[in-house]
Design a protein. Structure first.
Length: 240
């Protein structure tokens, strides 16, 4: 069983908008609805769980409506202090409520351009591994700076990759990896979790077998107004 965990707890501070980016309407529906639709229609996804603030949960229910397309939605989790705490809240609730879940696919609500082919590729790649990370190659020359002011060295861009979402993890091992991170912090859970920048980091730190697969340039995250404008243009061209 594969459960998709959609992270929708962000406040969109870089958008300078009163509405979090994932709830802004594009093409007559909120951004989050695009990935929900694609995940719901995939034969590879058995259930959907969403991390969202309480004030948005009823609205999400209304957007889901009574359509059979969204029958896979199973419940909500509350956002944490940062992205990884939201992930932890979500996977704990999935483990408790959907114990048959073998793999969890973690996706951002603000990445509306995920495709059925992406979902198929990432889940298929997880077979025989503890997880999957979609990546993009670095196109520009990458430099190292020790102080942020001067170039200290040159990195080999052939060995540097940008991580994307959705990431796929074996639920039990990934949950243990996150909880071990907190346990090893000697009670300072926030300090440990706040240092995590990407969902795959706890898995790597725990020694999980994570395979990389090619990501998609179109599966970008809406972070700035320029990203939103790009997505709007794609919708107008019928690309989603």
């Amino acid at each position: 069983m594969v459960t998709a965990l959609i992270l929708s707890g962000g406040i969109g501070s870089r958008m300078c908008s009163d509405i979090p980016k994932q709830y802004i309407e594009v093409g007559g529906i909120p951004v989050i609805a695009y990935c929900i639709r694609t995940l719901s229609e995939s034969d590879r996804i058995d259930a959907i769980w969403i991390v969202a603030a309480s004030e948005w949960q009823e609205k999400i229910h209304q957007w889901l409506g009574a359509s059979d397309t969204y029958r896979k939605f199973k419940g909500f989790s509350m956002p944490g202090a940062n992205r990884q705490m939201s992930v932890l809240n979500g996977i704990r609730d999935i483990k408790s409520s959907l114990p048959d879940t073998e793999y969890v696919m973690i996706h951002d609500a603000a990445r509306p351009m995920i495709t059925a082919a992406d979902i198929e590729k990432y889940i298929a790649a997880a077979e025989g591994h503890d997880g999957v990370l979609p990546v993009l190659p670095m196109k520009d020359t990458v430099y190292l700076s020790d102080d942020g002011a001067r170039v200290s060295g040159l990195l080999d861009r052939n060995q540097i990759f940008a991580g994307q979402a959705p990431e796929v993890f074996a639920l039990d091992k990934y949950l243990k990896a996150n909880e071990s991170l907190i346990d090893n912090a000697k009670g300072d859970a926030d300090s440990a979790i706040m240092k995590i920048n990407g969902s795959t980091e706890p898995a790597i730190m725990a020694g999980m077998d994570i395979v990389m697969v090619p990501g998609s340039e179109d599966n970008f995250k809406i972070t700035t107004m320029a990203d939103l404008n790009r997505f709007q243009a794609m919708i107008e061209k019928g690309m989603a």
